[in-house]
Design a protein around this ligand. Structure first.
Ligand code: ADP
Length: 447
């Protein structure tokens, strides 16, 4: 096992990894930008190193600064968390070449599975269902022909995309051609790779993703699904497991498909295979996230598996300590992402200083957050304040518990998404489990 790890991230996930390291008895080095110099979690690290100015490109995304910090602090491994460099195969390779273990998948696997177009290609090869669509587009006429063949509306997606960037919907030939051009430009600027492809738009879909975990010795399991259908602008707001619409048989089938794909791509570590599930119960791969996900905690609650701890053990070469048959799913866990956003202003990020603050707690509640009274949410990074999770034997109990926790939190000084979550948790369609990926947007359109 490692004796010292560098955490190449910030905020709640840096704190989550710090906690896993402490539980494992591993020393920690945190890196931080000037915008995070007062962050409270830094005091839990054995060493904290400033790596540059607030802009992510000059700090958390700057490979040379992070690797230099790792070398001077003499760590054996780097945990990238999520976002920033977590899905950057080049970064993983540089770590390897410096004799530092990367807590994540091998770079060759990220290059295939972390690219939406290549991942689709591999899925087709191994018989995992994909959404009907095209290969990367090299000419517009071909794209129009494919869109007509699969039928409008279609999605235009960046192969290297993530976080909704480089993604457009098109309802006809004209919006397809202009959408391709703007998606290519956006993806080129954001990811340095402008290649895009077209996919049929699946109506009234649910987002169902499967957590996988594999070691370097060829053992791989799935830990069931998370239903992330509650989204705004294609970004997740609420996640739950198990999904109210996934039967044990469907879980086993989708789990096996996810493991088959991950294995075929030479994957190890924690990863998530994302699918859309249509109203007829058919599922289609959309992508794989080759890292720990924001919403990993609800899977931890129902399975009892500490995913971050497992990631670290796997990176150190240890074997999975359980097999598929050992995994049991207990009760229902739900997560709300609490963001500093202004609901009255089109959910514009709302950075600033937190005034009076009272965290949620009590029985069945898990609050993963790095904020406290007086903390200043910097404007440079994402706007997440914390992840509120609950775990109860039934979904109805979990909803009641979440309402209690949402009503308890006090966060003054910044606007948050808490009022939106309270509305969702009081909505009959959500309570009955009858939602799809358009539920939140549809609800606001009607308001
Ligand atoms: P990103 O990596 O940018 O987050 P994803 O491919 O994961 O993009 O898709 C994000 C969300 O967009 C999905 O959860 C779903 O709501 C919507 N989406 C993506 N592809 C499709 C599709 N083919 N049909 C319908 N909705 C889609």
């Amino acid at each position: 096992m490692f004796t010292r790890i560098l955490i190449a991230n910030r905020g709640e996930i840096a704190l989550r990894i710090l906690r896993a390291c402490q539980d494992l008895g591993i020393g920690t080095v945190c890196v931080y930008s000037e915008a995070d110099q007062d962050a409270g979690y830094l005091k839990y690290a054995d060493e904290a190193i400033c790596i540059g100015p607030p802009q992510a490109a000059k700090s958390y995304l700057d490979i040379s600064r992070i690797v230099s910090a790792a070398e001077v602090s003499d760590v054996e491994a780097i945990h990238p968390g999520y976002g920033f460099l977590s899905e950057n195969a080049h970064f993983a390779e540089i770590c390897q070449s410096c004799n530092i273990d990367f807590v994540g998948p091998p770079p060759e696997a990220t290059r295939i599975l972390g690219n939406k177009a290549r991942c689709r290609e591999l899925a087709k090869k191994v018989g995992v269902p994909t959404v009907a669509g095209s290969d990367p587009i090299d000419n517009e006429e071909k794209a129009v022909a494919i869109a007509r063949e699969v039928g409008y509306p279609v999605m235009i997606k960046a192969a290297a995309g993530g976080g909704g960037r480089g993604m457009r919907m098109a309802h006809n030939d004209v919006s397809l051609v202009s959408g391709i051009m703007s998606a290519q430009a956006e993806a080129g600027a954001a990811f340095g790779d402008g290649s895009v492809f077209v996919e049929k738009y699946i109506e009234r879909a649910r987002h169902i993703e499967i957590q996988v975990l594999g070691d370097r010795h060829g053992n791989m399991v799935h830990l069931g699904e998370r239903d992330c259908s509650l989204q705004r602008r294609h970004q997740k707001l609420v996640e739950e497991t198990p999904s109210p619409v996934v039967s044990p048989e469907l879980r086993a089938e989708m789990g096996a498909a996810a493991v088959k794909l991950a294995r075929a791509g030479g994957y190890f570590s924690a990863g998530t295979v994302e699918f859309l599930l249509d109203p007829h119960g058919r599922y289609y791969l959309i992508e794989m996230n080759t890292r720990i996900q924001v919403e990993h905690g609800i899977t931890e609650l129902v399975t009892g598996v500490d995913l971050v701890r497992e990631q670290i053990r796997i990176a150190a070469g240890e074997k999975l300590s359980f097999s598929q048959e050992d995994i049991r799913w207990n009760g229902v866990a739900i997560e709300c992402r609490i963001n500093a956003e202004d609901p009255d202003n089109n959910f514009r990020p709302c950075p600033g200083q937190i005034g009076r603050f009272f965290p949620p707690g009590g029985p069945w509640v898990r609050w993963d957050s790095h904020v406290y009274s007086g903390y200043v949410i910097p404007p440079y990074y994402d706007s997440m304040v914390g992840k509120l999770m609950v775990h109860r034997p039934t979904r109805a109990d979990a909803i009641t518990c979440m309402r209690r926790a949402l009503e308890e939190i006090v966060i003054e000084g910044v606007r948050t998404t808490i009022p939106l979550h309270l509305e969702i948790f009081g909505h009959t369609h959500f309570i009955r489990g009858q939602v799809d990926t358009n539920f939140v947007e549809g609800y606001f359109a009607k308001k």
